[in-house]
Each structure stands twice: as C-alpha cells, then as structure tokens.
Design a binder for this molecule. Sequence first.
Ligand SMILES: Nc1ncnc2c1ncn2[C@@H]1O[C@H](COP(=O)(O)OP(=O)(O)O)[C@@H](O)[C@H]1O
Ligand SMILES: [Mg+2]
Length: 316
Amino acid sequence: MICKLYRLPGWRKSCLGAMTNMYDQAANLRRIVQQTQPTAVSGKRETRQARVIAVTSGKGGVGKTNLTVNLALALSELGQKVVVIDADLGMANVDVLLGTTPKYTLVQLLDADVPIQEILLEGPGGIRFLPGASGLYRLANLEAGRCQYLLEQVALLDEWADYILLDTGAGIGQTVLQFVLAADEIVLVTTPEPTALTDAYGMLKTYLAHQGSARIHVIINRALDEAEGFSVLRKFSLACERFLTIRLEHLGIVCDDRQVLQAVRQQVPFFLAYPNGVATQNLRHIAAQLQQEKVMLSQKGARGFFRKFLDMMMWR
Ligand SMILES: Nc1ncnc2c1ncn2[C@@H]1O[C@H](COP(=O)(O)OP(=O)(O)O)[C@@H](O)[C@H]1O
Ligand SMILES: [Mg+2]
C-alpha cells in the first residue's frame, strides 16, 4: 500500500493522505463514543437508566408535540421524573407549547463547558425540558473533546430521570430515523386518517429495514370517539403484524378534543389547562399503561441513546 502510494502523483498522494486522516479522526471519535463510561462522571459505575422513548410519526401535524409534553405531565403526576428533549430539528416548538423562551440549547453543551443542569429548563408540573433545536445538526461534526464532554453530561440525565421523551420530527428523514433507531422505545403517533396511517406504516417499514429493534407503541390521536380509536388501533396493528411481522404495544387513544386547540392557543399544556378534559383523561390512561410495562432488559438509558446516536452520525 505504501509502495503504491509512493508512486502516485503528488495531488493523489495528498488526497489519499487527507482521507486517511479523516478515517483516523472518525475512528478516534468512535473509540471515544464507545469507551466513555459513566465512571467519568460520578466516580462509581452508574446502573440507573432512564427509559428513552422517541415520539414519532409518519405524517406531520398528527399531534406528536402535544402528546409528548402532556404525556410527560401525566407521567409526572404519577410521581415519575421526566425530561422532554426537543428533537424536532425543523419545527422545534416544545418551548412554544410550554410558553417558555429557552436561554440555552444543546448548542451550549457543544461550544462550552456549560453543565447540563444549566440547560435543562424547569417546565410546569415538575417536568424538565432540554431544548435541542438546530444544535443537534452539529453532532455530526463534533471533535473528540466535545464529544466526550457531551456524553459525560447526558449520562447525568440517567441519574435524575425515569423517562426521557424525545419529540422528533415526522417522516423518514435521516436524522429522524437516527433518533428513532437509537431509542429503546418508540411511540408512533397517527390519526385515523388513511394518509396518516399509510405514512405511519411506511415509517415502520423503513425503521425495520434499518434493523430497528425497539419496543414499539402506538397511539391513535384525534379519534372521533373511543370506539373509533380502538377499532383503528386494532386494524393498524393487525396489518403490521401480518405484513411486517411485528407486534405493536397498544398504548391507547386520544380523542379529538377542542380543548387541545384552546390550550395550544393559550400556550399552556392541555393537561394543566383542562385537568378533567377528555384528552387529559385519555393521557392519564396512556401514562398508566406505559408505567405498568416491564422494564426492557436491553434498556440503554440516556448515555446509551446518545452513544448510539453519535455513532450513527459518524458513519453518515
Ligand atoms: N387530540 C387532539 N384534539 C384536537 N386537536 C388536536 C389534538 N391533537 C393535536 N391537535 C391539533 O393538531 C395541531 C398539531 O399538533 P402538534 O402536536 O403540533 O403536531 P406535530 O408535533 O405532530 O406536528 C395542534 O396544534 C392542535 O391544534
Ligand atoms: Mg411537533
């Protein structure tokens, strides 16, 4: 190889040299991602791991952000500690629903040694919120030192949180897919509309084609009533079982409720604005259902999630 390289014209040699450097750098980063252990943070091996759940959909506008924020509140009401991460790069709007203006985002973790505690916002109802926004694009080009710092900081989330809910974008774009592939569990949101159901099915198909192996839950949002919601849920999961050979967890349904829209306009989560509303009661059932599930043996926590995500970004 060296001999061959030696005989190449100058420009080719420098080109190959640059490529070798690039590969060395990438390999170095991957080693850091794989080696960063929680011991670097706490001085002792941390075994506690949060349930990392990516909320996603095939079609946009089906209610992901609303369900993520309000599910976080419903879990918090059950005594769980929940962090919501805004991972919708195109339409990051968890902050809008919470009526807050974040001072920092994940970008600060990438640029300076800002502790993650300073970036985590205290939301209503005891939940915490990590604004991600466009900062997440830059994870693809992190240098080794920043990468290690980020992993050490996110490992702290496992110490505090029981649940980490990621509000992702819709569809099968590469970054959405990577979030979903890195998560231990998925909540797939769809409405009963045929277009939303077809896109949800397509999303699952793509996910499986990429060897996705998470526990997959489904929520039917904006059902006309419970009968319609559960009927659509049954039919959708039967189709997935038959044609994609996967089993879906029936998390539940949320009815179409005017109070959701009213709450959005007030920039207050509907769970808090209308504590006895239909959608709120539906979400209480969903949170209870989630809470009674068995812990997955393969659960990787926040640290495992970010490691896998960074690893995929580096192979892009
Ligand atoms: N259960 C519901 N009942 C009535 N309207 C809803 C419901 N869920 C969502 N919506 C409406 O759909 C809009 C889009 O929801 P959003 O959570 O922003 O979707 P996504 O994050 O998937 O793009 C909300 O602003 C709200 O008006
Ligand atoms: Mg959204």
